[in-house]
Design a protein around this ligand. Structure first.
Ligand code: AMP
Ligand code: ZN
Length: 139
């Protein structure tokens, strides 16, 4: 399904130009227009899904396989030191384009990419309750 007013549907299906690193029947991998580091890519399915939870399982599986296929080429060409896969779902999580995508963010020693969080403590009581609630809710 393609959504008419979705910019990533347009990019993935070639209706808006992009720097395409990889393409197959289901996906396009393109350079992010505002890269967080040199070589920042986006894995974008050709079919519209708002986020990971709306994506069918087959496409979700393929997305990770593509990350595994394309990332080593990016790392080889750029000589970067690591690679973050980042996937935002929902505005609170930083999602700005409501079409599922995975960021491939090449990392360089001492770069200024900020994917960090504060470390908090985990309480035994909360963890035990949470674990049992989650087990009851997984569908
Ligand atoms: P997110 O915040 O996870 O939804 O990521 C959306 C990403 O899409 C951002 O990193 C943007 O820089 C990128 N982006 C937005 N418009 C374009 C475009 N036309 N071509 C390539 N990347 C884009
Ligand atoms: Zn879309």
């Amino acid at each position: 399904m393609i959504k008419d007013d979705c910019i990533f549907c347009k990019i993935a299906n070639g209706n808006i130009p992009s720097y395409c690193l990889y393409e197959d029947n289901y996906f396009k991998v393109v350079l992010d227009i505002e890269p967080s580091s040199k070589g920042h890519g986006l894995i974008i399915p050709k079919s519209h899904a708002d986020n990971l939870f709306m994506l069918d399982e087959e496409t979700a599986s393929r997305a990770l396989i593509i990350a595994k296929k394309v990332s080593p080429a990016i790392m080889e060409v750029l000589g970067c030191d690591g690679m973050n896969l980042l996937q935002n779902n929902g505005e609170a999580a930083g999602q700005t384009i409501n079409h599922f995508h995975i960021h491939l963010i090449p990392r360089y020693k001492n770069d200024s990419v900020g994917i960090k969080w504060n470390k908090n403590s985990l309480s035994k009581e909360w963890a035990e309750k949470f674990v049992s609630e989650i087990k009851e809710n997984i569908k």
